[in-house]
Ligand binder design. Structure first.
Ligand code: ADP
Ligand code: MG
Length: 349
């Protein structure tokens, strides 16, 4: 199947290169497979309905640090992050399956905490936990969650579909989860060096919450339906808007122009970025784990969203295929390079 004779480092391909390399020899054989690898979730047709299915792994030391991530929050976040990919298809989540790998470092009470967080998220998103798997792990806590959801065929929204001049919209605010992580890591270092010092998390409660306890925008999927908007393309913001722009643009065959002054950034994100000597707009573009939705709509749908502070138009699609331009507050324009969270790259875990 594969004809590599020499050793190739995974870092030479990157996460997305590896996925496309591995998947190119798999073609779908079943008529019910409407959409396979390459979007936020796969789509399977069941009668007149479409089912969206997506799986995500969360590995201790890679995706979370139990020194500052309470297990209850972690359980909640894992469900939210998995469900977010279902929302990205304009689908309503319905079920999840949870596989865990545990070491004997964990007590029953600890695992109960984790599951209490998952239960709260299931309540919040109105989804059922319908199964999973339990095994032992020698390398810390490993979680794998699979989420399912349903969507009418006419409302199914892919990464592909954005048309030139469509408006690019993002929900909520950006960069908070990333700056929250910077605060948590800083306080962890302080704690290791001075165990008696209390961590200073209150000033940044909102962004720390954005990192520790993400939310999936199931509410937005319901709202879009109420507003009678079907986005022309959509994905969720897990790796950072800059990286997601590339995915939407590549899948749709368009470019994007975005405007720095439009980027929705919470004041706490700005304060934290400035404290770390970082540019808040760059953090908003490149910070991951916000789990907001990034989508395009037709211009005529603008009136339906313009008064909702949860939706921000940050730019529009252009005919400059694969060119992603940031127009700065200072009036300059430059091309965005993808700097999202690519696994296996030399500076990542
Ligand atoms: P997201 O960030 O939205 O969860 P990913 O970047 O993880 O999406 O995955 C992109 C696409 O590649 C998805 O369709 C996913 O199902 C698929 N994919 C990821 N890893 C693998 C793998 N190891 N084998 C097959 N498909 C994969
Ligand atoms: Mg996604």
């Amino acid at each position: 199947m594969f004809e590599n004779t020499e050793r190739t480092e995974l870092s030479a391909l990157g996460e997305f290169g590896l996925i496309s390399h591995l998947s190119k020899h798999f073609t779908s054989k079943n008529e019910s497979t409407v959409l396979g690898i390459g979007d936020d979730a796969a789509i399977v047709k069941l009668g007149n309905e479409m089912m969206a299915i997506s799986t995500d792994s969360y590995i201790e030391g890679v995706h979370f640090d139990l020194m500052f991530h309470p297990l209850k929050h972690l359980g909640y976040k894992a469900v939210a992050a998995t469900v977010s990919d279902i929302c990205a298809m304009n689908a309503i989540p319905t079920q999840i399956l949870v596989a865990i790998g545990l070491s004997n470092r964990f007590s029953l009470e600890a695992v109960e905490e984790l599951y209490e967080g998952m239960r709260l998220a299931c309540e919040k998103y109105n989804i059922d936990l319908i199964g999973g798997d339990t095994s032992s792990s020698r390398s810390g806590l490993v979680l794998n969650l699979t989420a399912m959801g349903r969507v009418e065929e006419s409302k199914l929204t892919l990464r592909k579909g954005a048309q030139v001049n469509d408006l690019l919209v993002v929900t909520g605010d950006l960069g908070g989860a990333y700056m929250g992580l910077q605060i948590l890591e800083r306080e962890k270092k302080v704690f290791i060096e001075h165990p008696k010092m209390q961590p200073d998390l209150e000033t940044y409660d909102y962004i720390v919450g954005r990192q520790l306890k993400a939310e999936a925008r199931v509410d937005v999927i319901q709202l879009l339906d109420d507003l009678k908007i079907i986005p022309t393309s959509m994905m969720d913001v897990s790796d950072g808007v800059a990286s997601e722009l590339f995915h939407l643009g590549q899948a749709s065959g368009v470019g994007f122009d975005i405007y720095e002054e439009k980027l929705p950034i919470d004041p706490q994100t700005i304060d934290a970025a400035l404290e770390f000597d970082l540019n808040p707009s760059i953090m908003a573009l490149n910070g991951g784990e916000d789990y907001e939705l990034l989508f395009t709509i037709k211009q005529e749908d603008f009136d339906k969203i313009k008064n909702n502070p949860d939706f921000t138009v940050i730019g529009h699609a252009t005919d400059m295929v694969n060119i992603y331009r940031l127009n700065t507050k200072a009036g300059n324009s430059f091309e965005i390079k993808a700097q999202g969270w690519e696994h296996f790259s030399s500076d990542n875990k």
